[in-house]
Write a protein that binds this ligand. Structure first.
Ligand code: NAP
Ligand code: ZN
Length: 346
């Protein structure tokens, strides 16, 4: 076994703390990374707190992983030692169902294996990127360009693909009015991609203080959702809302901002179900849709698109020991726009 060290939550009631654990040896189809940086996703916080479902503890979170390949199995073809590589939210899937064959491993009919808070096919719990090393089968490892700053590339592995994928699926682009609801880690990537794809982008935010930053990210308009006059002014105006909000919010209100045939795309995952009145949908033939991360081929496509168009996340680098304080700031919406852990501080 490989001796690994990381930060783990021992229970849903305790803070993250240093923890030594074991990872499997590098098998013939595996790649081992030295983890250099790991992004901090709101999903990490939801999961260590059992917001969605009871988790598997001890839990080492982290699914925005970038680093350097330090070992490859005998049958590995796509990666060599010393190359840069990344790992996102999944580390395995059945590989044979229709969704896996279509490159939609996130919707694997047998369920994909999550990078942490999951169990591999061997039944062993998976441990994520708040650690010094990880072993992952080759098919779930991504190529990372050396053209981009590495730390700011880490959040592309979740925040990036989770916003890129639905915008591509619904072909959001020129001529569309896109609203990005919530300007956090996912939201700020949604703005960057929406602008890159040619849409007219409005940020809908609870934080008036984020207006200037939103414009710097490329947003064309900014609406403070606590101001009824500003909200009234955009009623019935958007083709798409990309909803990245992590906490409860009034869906009926936001549906009223869509124009006829508009689509509200849920990517944020609050702990409680939404309550939607049918009238909010049928007046204007509106749809509520959802999207989960993205498949491996599309994740590579997104990383290559970012390398070509010079798109990365806006990050604030933190030391591993500051993770609990960073979670508290993330809960308050006080992050511009993604914390990334410098794993050298582990
Ligand atoms: P984040 O950085 O904390 O951003 C969430 C933003 O939502 C906040 O910055 C804030 O923006 C807004 N917000 C927070 N509480 C709100 C409230 N009560 N009402 C209205 N707006 C509120 O989180 P993230 O990492 O981007 O993740 C966002 C959500 O996506 C999480 O639930 C996460 O679990 C989920 N997620 C889903 C997928 C997927 O596959 N679908 C993948 C990754 C993450 P403003 O200050 O602008 O209002
Ligand atoms: Zn995530």
């Amino acid at each position: 076994m490989i001796q690994a060290k990381g930060y783990a939550a021992q229970t849903a009631e305790t803070d993250l703390a240093p923890w030594d654990f074991e990872r499997r040896e590098v098998g013939p189809h595996d790649v081992q990374l030295e983890i250099l940086y790991c992004g901090v996703c709101h999903s990490d916080l939801h999961q260590i707190k059992n917001d969605w479902f009871p988790g598997i503890f001890p839990m080492v979170p982290g699914h925005e992983i970038v680093g350097k390949v330090i070992k490859v199995g005998d049958h590995v073809k796509k990666f060599k030692v010393d190359e840069l590589a990344g790992v996102g939210c999944m580390v395995d899937s059945c590989q044979v169902c229709e969704n896996c064959k279509d490159g939609l491993e996130q919707y694997c009919l047998e369920g994909n294996v999550q990078t942490y808070n999951g169990r591999g096919k061997d039944g062993v719990p998976t441990y994520g990127g708040y650690s010094n090393t990880i072993v992952v089968r080759e098919e779930f490892v991504l190529h990372i360009s050396d053209k981009l700053p590495l730390a700011a590339t880490a959040p592309l592995l979740c925040a990036g693909i989770t916003t890129y994928s639905p915008l591509r699926h619904w072909k959001v682009g020129k001529g569309h009015k896109l609203a990005v609801l919530g300007l956090g880690g996912l939201g700020h990537m949604g703005v960057k991609f929406g602008v890159a794809f040619g849409a007219e982008v409005t940020v809908l935010s609870t934080s008036a203080s984020k207006e200037a930053a939103a414009k710097e990210l490329g947003a064309h308009h900014f609406v403070v959702t606590s101001d009824p006059a500003q909200v009234e002014a955009v009623k019935g105006s958007f083709d798409f809302i990309l909803d990245t909000v992590s906490a409860e919010h009034d869906m009926n209100l936001y549906l009223s901002l869509l124009r006829t045939n508009g689509i509200h795309i849920c990517v944020g995952v609050p702990s409680e179900p939404y309550s939607i009145h049918p009238f909010a949908l049928l007046g204007g033939r509106k749809s509520v849709a959802g999207s989960g991360i993205g498949g491996i081929p599309e994740t590579q496509e997104m990383l290559d698109f970012c390398a070509e168009h010079n798109i990365v996340s806006d990050i604030e680098m933190i030391d591993m020991k500051d993770i609990t304080a960073s979670y508290a700031r993330m809960l308050k919406g006080d992050v511009r726009y993604r914390f990334v852990i410098d794993m050298a501080t582990l």
